[in-house]
Design a protein around this ligand. Structure first.
Ligand SMILES: [Zn+2]
Length: 132
């Protein structure tokens, strides 16, 4: 059992959780909290747009049976998390950009497809400065 810092994607409450943790925020009881225990990927789809931007959708379940859908944008070999849905509820994009870490399992999956995971938000090349 490991102790880690968790953040609720509904109210922003930060708390210390065991792993696997009860999949609820202790402050607001929301279930929009990080995966509990390990994730299991069960589906993955990729599509490419004409401007060279690829999008990936990876679906996984955690140990509480919650469905996590990671929407990932990829460009020039770099991947960035742009969307997260938990049990079909969208997580506020502010949290997706600032507080959600791509789980290592997803990161490994992305690396298998030749992508590196880019963590800092502002270094992602803005559309206007694309050189390809
Ligand atoms: Zn909360």
């Amino acid at each position: 059992m490991s102790i880690r810092m968790l953040r609720c994607f509904e109210c922003g409450h930060g708390y210390i959780g065991d792993d696997p943790h009860p999949a609820r925020c202790p402050a607001c009881r929301s279930s929009l909290v990080p995966p509990a225990g390990s994730l299991a990927i069960f589906d993955q789809s990729t599509w490419k747009s004409a401007n060279g931007l690829s999008k990936l959708r990876i679906s996984a379940v955690d140990e509480h049976g919650r469905l996590f859908e990671f929407g990932i944008a990829a460009r020039n070999g770099m991947a960035k998390l742009v969307e997260l849905r938990i049990d079909d509820a969208p997580v506020d994009p502010r949290f997706v950009r600032t507080a959600v870490q791509i789980p290592s399992l997803i990161e490994t999956k992305l690396e298998e497809t030749g992508l590196s995971v880019e963590s800092p938000v502002d270094s992602f090349p803005p559309r206007s400065s694309a050189r390809d």
